[in-house]
Design a protein around this ligand. Sequence first.
Ligand code: SAM
Length: 250
Amino acid sequence: LVSKNVRLDYDKLASRYDAHRRGGGPYLDRLVELARESRTERALELGAGTGNNSGPFAERIPCPLVGLEPSAGMLDKARAKQLPVGWVRAMAEQLPLASASVDFIFGCYFIHHVEDLNALFGECRRVLRRGCAAFVTAPIEFIENHPMNAYFPSFAMVDKARFQSAEAIANAMTRAGFVRTGAEVHSAEPRPIDQTYAERVEGKFISTYALIPEEEFEAGLKRLYADLEPAGQLDVPMIWEALIVWGWVD
Ligand SMILES: C[S@@+](CC[C@H](N)C(=O)[O-])C[C@H]1O[C@@H](n2cnc3c(N)ncnc32)[C@H](O)[C@@H]1O
């Protein structure tokens, strides 16, 4: 059922992940708009993790929501939140859902784990009866310009090896039969890179840090804390940018 990669990463990371990562983000309003345009009566979230985005989505689109997640550890955390979500343990490339059974699909920060986009979008196309599928991920430019590159030299290399470009995602959607694909970058308000931010890095709130060699991680973290000492924050802010890519069923 579960690939080695998922078991290794997320069962082990579940507690730490949930303690340091919140739901919602600069993409949520756009996802909600797309769900409304889809006249959503039944929604599916892929790679839902600990349910961090399932709750905020369900609050604004009150319809049955299926949350799909392959990691048992992440699912345990999600279930404990008692959200109005029907949880399913499965991989997105093999959806245990009937054809034409949902009218909106979304996934936040999960698509970079999927090696076979053709299989993923083939399944998405199959289970959608109308509406659209929309995926939130990190734009390549955001990865390249991320302030943490100054502390962790392999940061961009690690993520550029995993995160697909907007074009690659949109092209795969088109191959699977989606039409009117679109892509937009949405940015959050600038926030200080301060002690709180450093503590989230220390908690490895994004899986990038779990993939950076431990020695490099320790050294970078030490430098980050040291640079925060004089002013309590870095002189560059954090501006979170999220890429949303979507495609419609004709
Ligand atoms: C970075 S987490 C994001 C979780 C959640 N969407 C969020 O935004 O907090 C990525 C999630 O994708 C899941 N995942 C990885 N490969 C997957 C696959 N092939 N199908 C479905 N989920 C997958 C992982 O188990 C993990 O929970």
